[in-house]
Design a protein around this ligand. Sequence first.
Ligand code: ATP
Ligand code: MG
Length: 386
Amino acid sequence: MQRVIVHYHEIALKQRNRPMFVRQLMRNIEGVLRDTACSLVRSAEGRVVIHVPDPEEWPVIRERLGWVFGIANFAFAWKSERQIESLAATALKALAGRQAGSFAVRAKRADKSYPLTSPEIARQVGKILKDELGWKVDLEHPDVEVHIEVLAREAFVSVERLRGLGGLPVGVSGTVLTLLSGGIDSPVAAWRMMGRGCRVEFLHFSGAPYQDRRSLEKAQELARLLTRYQLHSRLHCVVFGEIQRQIVAAVARPYRVVLYRRMMLRIAQELATRVGAQALVTGESLGQVASQTLENLAAIEDAVDSMVLRPLIAMDKNEIRAQAERIGTYEISIQPDQDCCQLFVPPLPATRMSAAEARRAEEPLNIPALVAEALAGIETFEYSFP
Ligand code: ATP
Ligand code: MG
């Protein structure tokens, strides 16, 4: 039976937590392959081995593993006996049908009691392959790389190593609540937190009843897409238009955006407690729009005690856009919609509002009542992958 060998890197560094990290990585791999025939996912001396009863499924497995955080690289592999002759014979099987001018053998012995060192294994197998295939050995720029891994009781041979997403397995770093608009930035912010091992809950505010459902539909599509990176998601939706109308009635135009955001964070903070999220996450990026100045960000987060994380704070729009394209959210985000923050907002919002000014402006509002009402009306959608 064929195997897939998965290597992790960052998690290898976290010595004490390592067993926990590896267990979570294996659970996530099992989850993402749930609907395939892959029968077993096991940990084997510093790597994860997946049993692949049906090699026809490799394209699916390959695509799916590309969505699992915590994987440094992975490869379709052939199991072998540990003797040099068997390793060489298995490598020839793995290379069958390939055309190449040059090759390199990279060997690694996880079992230090194996009689040959890693370079010796590479050299001896390389010699047999060279004689059989007539290809040149080129250690610098080979057309094909053959990887050999010798473990205590088994060995694996693979030909093509594919890069994984890296990062930490989702689930090892706790839960965060991401404020998800229909825009380009917040899905990227959520994805980056997943890459640091966080499970992400999503919260969307819609301008209903004063705006249409487009932003909600986009948030739903985004949450569904991002679920392939964490297998299970919840999107909480708050109808925000009525609260906005009250803010509008109470305060001067240029300050509205900051006050909207303060209310969003307050509602988010309450929801975070309910769902066990330890921090709030936004897609804010310093100076990207007039409302995202240091002064305004400070005035916004003054409304809550929660930790507010902004993973994109120092990224520029081009970097963020490139990431969104890679993740797959970009196409959804650029669909036209009306974000509730644009509701009743002037073309030139205030760029510098202090926390004290914001508090004063909010005085006419019954904030606890507005937060309670928003929470009572929350609608939650769930997504699973695959
Ligand atoms: P994005 O592309 O994420 O919408 P943006 O650059 O358009 O970001 P803003 O629209 O000013 O920035 O919003 C800043 C952040 O506030 C967003 O990244 C998001 O985290 C949060 N946010 C804004 N609007 C909403 C909304 N309707 N629902 C939930 N969160 C929102
Ligand atoms: Mg936006």
